[in-house]
Design a protein around this ligand. Sequence first.
Ligand SMILES: Nc1ncnc2c1ncn2[C@@H]1O[C@H](COP(=O)(O)OP(=O)(O)OP(=O)(O)O)[C@@H](O)[C@H]1O
Length: 206
Amino acid sequence: MITVRDLRVELGGRVVLDGLDIDLPDDGVVAVMGPNGSGKTTLGRVLLGLVPPTSGVVDGRPARCSAVFQEDRLCEHLDAVANVRLVLPRDVSSTSVVTALRDLGLPADALRRPVRALSGGQRRRVVIARALLPAADLVFLDEPLTGIDADGREAVLAWIAEACRGRAVLLVTHDRADAERLHGDVVELAPHHDRRALDGVTDARL
Ligand SMILES: Nc1ncnc2c1ncn2[C@@H]1O[C@H](COP(=O)(O)OP(=O)(O)OP(=O)(O)O)[C@@H](O)[C@H]1O
C-alpha cells in the first residue's frame, strides 16, 4: 500500500496540493478527477518521486515505476516497436511487443515506421505499451486515452485493465466511465481557485 498523508505541495509560490490523504493499494486503481489545474499531474509526479512534497508523508513508494505522461515523450526517429523495446530487458522478444501493439489497435503498417510519422492516436498506443509492458509496480497514467478514437477505446481500455492487474495504478481522467471501466476508486481534487496564494495576494489580484 502506498500511503499519502497530509500532502502539501507548493510550486512557483502557490499552494498546489494541501492536506491531501490518499491510499493507493498495491493491486488496484485509484482514479483522480478534478478541474484543470487542481493538481492531478502534480500528485502523480510526487508519487513518481519527480516532485518533492513541501510537507506531509508519502510511504511505501516502490522502486519500479512507469508512466504515461500527458505528453508522449517518444523517441521520434525510432519506430513503434523500438520505442517500447528501449524500456524492456534485451531478452524480451519483439514478437511480444508486436502482439501488444496489435492488441492495442495499432495497424500492422504502423509498427515499423518512425513514430514521428504516426497519428496522435497511434502514438498514444505506443506510449501505453511502453508504460505497461515493463515490470513496474507503480504506474501513473495521466489521461492515457487522449486521442484514441471512439471505436478503439474499448480495446485499449480492456488492454490497460489486464495490464494493470497486480499493480498500484494512479489514473488521471476527466471521464468517469474510464475510471469505472478500470474499477478505479475515484478521488476528487478541489478546484485550484479554492487555494491560497502563498504570498497573501488574493487570487482575484493575480
Ligand atoms: N513547475 C511548476 N511551477 C509552478 N506552478 C506549477 C508547476 N507545475 C504545475 N504548476 C501549477 O500547479 C497547478 C496544478 O497543475 P497540475 O498540472 O498538477 O494540474 P492538473 O490537475 O493535472 O491539470 P490538467 O487537468 O490541466 O492537466 C496549476 O495551477 C499549475 O499552473
